[in-house]
Every structure is written in C-alpha cells, then in structure tokens.
Write a protein that binds this ligand. Sequence first.
Ligand SMILES: C[S@@+](CC[C@H](N)C(=O)[O-])C[C@H]1O[C@@H](n2cnc3c(N)ncnc32)[C@H](O)[C@@H]1O
Length: 249
Amino acid sequence: MTINNSEEFRDKPKFFGRRKGRTIRKAKSFLIENFLPRLRLSSAEKIDLDKCFAESKEKYCLEIGFGDGEHLAALAMTQPQNGFVGVEVYKNGVANLLSILTGIKEGDDCGEVDEIHLVSGRKDNVRVFDDDVRLLFAALPSGVFDKIYLLFPDPWPKKKHAGRRFVNPDNLRELSRLLKRGGILQIATDHQVYKRWVMEQMRNNKDFCWTAKCSDDWRNPPADWFETKYQRKAIREGRKPVFFEYKRV
Ligand SMILES: C[S@@+](CC[C@H](N)C(=O)[O-])C[C@H]1O[C@@H](n2cnc3c(N)ncnc32)[C@H](O)[C@@H]1O
C-alpha cells in the first residue's frame, strides 16, 4: 500500500497480503457458509455496536488481523461482559476462528449438524469483518473502542515496501478516532525493522502516548496476555517479540 490520500484510494485500498491459503476443507467451508453470516459485520452502512449483540456490553474491543483467531477467541471467552470485533482478510484464519467458537473441527460430520451453537459456556460476544479493515473504518462510530489490538502485523521489512506497513499516519488517524480517550492501542511485533518503525511513527503522533515506564513494560507481554500463532513462531525461530502499549490522549 502506498500512502495516498486520494478519494479513489480511500474507496479501494490495495491489499498486498494473502486472502486464501490451503484449500478450506468441508467443516470449515460449512462454517463459513452457515455460521459466518450470523457474526458478519457489513460496512455498507453505519454500525451501531450496541445493536449488534443481543445483550448490552460493558466495553468494545477491536482486533485487526486476528490470524487464526486464538487470541480473539480467548479474549472473548475470558471477558463475556465485553463485545469484540475481529477483522481478518485471510479466509482460512476466519474459518479457524469459527471452528474455535463452535468447536466444529475438520473431520466432524457437518451433515449431522442441525443448528450451529457456540461452545458451551461461550457468550455470543464476537462479530467478524472478513475483509480489509480499512473498508470498515468509515462505518464505525468515533470513540467506540476501549482497546484495539494489532498483533504481529505483516512487517514488510524492505524499504521499498515501507508504504505497505499498517502502522502509518492514515491508519493511526482512524485508530485514534475509533478509540475512547484513555483507550489503549496494543501493538506487538517481533521484527527489528517494524519495532523501530512503530516507535518512530508513534513518537511523531500527538494522539498517543507510550505507557511504558521501563523496558520490562514492553519487553514482556502484559499480565493478561494470550499468545498468538505468530508470537509462538517468532519465539521458535529465536526472535524476541515486543509489546507496545499506547494510550489515546
Ligand atoms: C503476520 S499475521 C499475524 C496474525 C495474528 N495477529 C497473530 O499474531 O498470529 C498478520 C495478519 O494480518 C492480516 N491483515 C493484514 N492487513 C490487514 C488488513 N488491512 N485488514 C485485515 N487484516 C489484515 C493478515 O491477513 C494476517 O493474517
């Protein structure tokens, strides 16, 4: 993505990642066809999150690029009082999230399933936008989220691809608008180039202040952290993730 403020670009941002990977097999295709429509948010009109859930929620949180959905599903399970919006373009990741939420896995005979239920004990507190989050921004009201998670975004480490990095002034303006005052933007990365990039972008941004008081605050995950797939991969491959927390001022 090159940073471009033209109206045309705003309507159709170019996406450079993968939308689909391995063939999505039976059970997960079944979930995408039959369960995703129940959770799916549409960007066609303005979204009122209070109307998206059957029960009222204390807080709303957004996770951008939730990957295989493990982190989002764990947050939603442990915070039943809150509502979660998860955004992911990668179809296989969306399918995986649905599998965690329903407990329906590859190999299960979906012909036997009359009605799809959430795993017992789960609240219906996750909604999904299965496309580029930049297409969702305009549909969301200002100041609606208490927390936004951006965990291990694609680093696009080559200088010539720097314009594709998600943390950029245009996206930060939107994230700042969506967060409540005092809300938190949590960014994790394991890539040296991206670490420096985030610090530089955020230092130049007057809407956010870094909450870290000492290096332990960003070298270690917060206390209530759930590991993500990319975090595990980074650790396996010898990279040390960092956890930046910025407060919306
Ligand atoms: C490196 S993966 C990290 C996934 C997950 N957060 C984790 O830590 O395991 C980055 C994810 O962000 C998603 N992504 C990148 N840009 C996006 C965008 N503009 N809107 C929605 N998802 C996006 C990609 O599809 C990919 O799954």
